[in-house]
Design a binder for this molecule. Structure first.
Ligand code: GLU
Length: 452
């Protein structure tokens, strides 16, 4: 199939390019207003106009030319398919801790195709090891490809498969596990693993990057080095999420897997601990613990694997004017659980009350987390909250909506009995809720304790 179909170009441009028998990567000549532009045809840039054809010139600059009836396009030469030669793997030191790096896709496992300028999800865990040879100085690295997916395509089934793959490796005796993952939904996966992998003996660190590993500004190497160092040596045995601590390349911070959220679309320090603090950081090749409240690494512990997640769960965000028919629709669809993303301390409009009562009376587990993100729901303060409690709505404490959603999926994945699932929801499984509210001002700093 012609790469034109996936190039992002629109009708007029595609038609003109097809007529000239040009494909992405071909060398083409465009004549517009009496001027010639020759270069490599590259795909449309993400936000570019679909009828402006982009050519990478010899100078390295890209130029865009709008396709009109007057514009002529000619193919000058055939393009070559991009090829990536993985660098040779560095020598392993058997005396170092044994860490397995699993790749699931995302930017950290992508590279820029400099011929076209596009980012492709193309490199495996083993390639990652090759492009970051320093890893061999901190661990005996083993690699495994689990998926090659952008993280927006990862679902509950993938969480299950990933948890089972990690479990096998832990049972075979590795000292730590690193999972390279797309950042968009990385915190959902780390939360899922925190529920699925209980009584861990070693750290499991999910890691991502905002810029692919071959860009000069990439955060992939620093994050990966930090993650491998923590997986191999850190004294904790929790599911963590490793990313840049700040915008500079100085340190990797490790957040607890179910208390962390992607907060910025593009910054390298996009992840922040919410309603909690990071557990550790890796700086100057040292793992520095930031708390003593963590589960200890202990090779004698036996992993408890609970990898099932229900797919019959819906997230409904309350907003002024929400049509309660949305709730009824999910009930008719046969969901087993609904997470309401309520306002403030834990409210939704009284217009939703009948639909919520109908849902709980049918045995559907309805839980509520606050869209405020920081703080905890307290449904005893106002009568709206009390009414919701009286209908059987379960408050999700200081869990922000994504963790609450994953926990609801997990709880309903463990049992068919709603009451049993409610018990699980109310049990602190992996540090996902805090027994007391921490000082707000510190949490709003982004979860970083001062002085560290
Ligand atoms: N959307 C992609 C993903 O989450 C790429 C973004 C990233 O990895 O940072 O996998």
């Amino acid at each position: 199939m012609s790469e034109l179909e996936n190039s992002g170009y629109k009708e007029a441009a595609i038609e003109a390019l097809k007529k000239a028998e040009c494909d992405i990567g071909d060398i083409i000549k465009i004549t517009s207003k009496g001027k010639n532009y020759e270069g490599i045809l590259i795909p449309r840039s993400e936000l570019g106009d679909g009828n402006v054809v982009i050519v990478k010139m010899k100078s390295g600059y890209n130029i865009g030319i709008r396709v009109t009836a007057e514009v002529e396009i000619e193919k000058v030469g055939k393009g070559t398919k991009p090829a990536f030669a993985s660098p040779p793997l560095p020598k392993q030191n058997p005396s170092l801790p044994h860490v397995v790096i699993m790749s699931t896709g995302g930017t950290i496992a992508s590279r820029v195709d400099y011929r076209t300028g596009a980012v492709r999800s193309a490199i495996s865990a083993s390639d990652l090891h090759g492009v970051v040879p320093e890893l061999s100085d901190i661990a005996k690295v083993d690699t495994e490809i689990v998926f090659s997916l952008y993280s927006e395509n990862i679902t509950q089934k993938h969480w299950k498969e990933l948890a089972e793959t990690v479990a096998k490796r832990i049972e075979s005796g590795v000292d730590g596990v690193v999972i390279a993952h797309g950042t968009d939904t990385m915190a959902y996966t780390s939360a899922a693993l925190s529920f699925a992998l209980q009584n861990l003996s070693v750290p499991v660190i999910v890691v991502g990057a905002q810029r692919s590993s071959d860009r000069p500004s990439s955060d992939a190497a620093t994050n990966l080095i930090g993650a491998v160092k923590a997986a191999g040596e850190a004294p904790f045995a929790e599911v963590g999420l490793a990313m840049h601590e700040s915008v500079s390349d100085i340190a990797t911070i490790i957040h607890l897997g179910n208390k962390v959220r992607k907060c910025h679309t593009s910054r390298r320090d996009t992840f922040k601990s919410i309603n909690g603090f990071p557990i550790a950081k890796v700086k100057d090749e040292q793992v520095i613990m930031l708390t003593n409240q963590y589960l200890r690494r202990d090779p004698s512990k036996r992993l408890i694997l609970k990898p099932n997640f229900s797919e019959k769960v819906a997230l409904i965000k309350f907003y002024p004017g929400l049509d309660p028919a949305v709730i009824d629709w999910y009930v008719e669809k046969g969901v087993r659980g609904i997470l309401l993303e309520g306002s403030g301390l834990g409210h939704v409009s009284k217009f939703c009350f009948d639909s919520i009562k109908n849902a709980t009376s049918k045995g559907i587990l309805v839980a509520l987390a606050s869209q405020c993100i920081w703080g905890r729901v307290n449904m005893n303060v106002y009568d709206t909250g009390r009414d919701l409690l009286s209908f059987g709505v379960i408050p999700m404490d200081d869990m922000f909506p994504e963790t609450a959603l994953v926990k609801l999926m997990w709880a309903l994945g463990q049992t068919d009995d709603t009451q049993e699932a409610i018990k699980l929801l109310k049990t602190n499984i992996a540090g996902e809720f805090s027994s007391r509210t921490l000082p707000q001002e510190k949490i709003l700093e982004g979860g970083q304790k001062s002085g560290n």
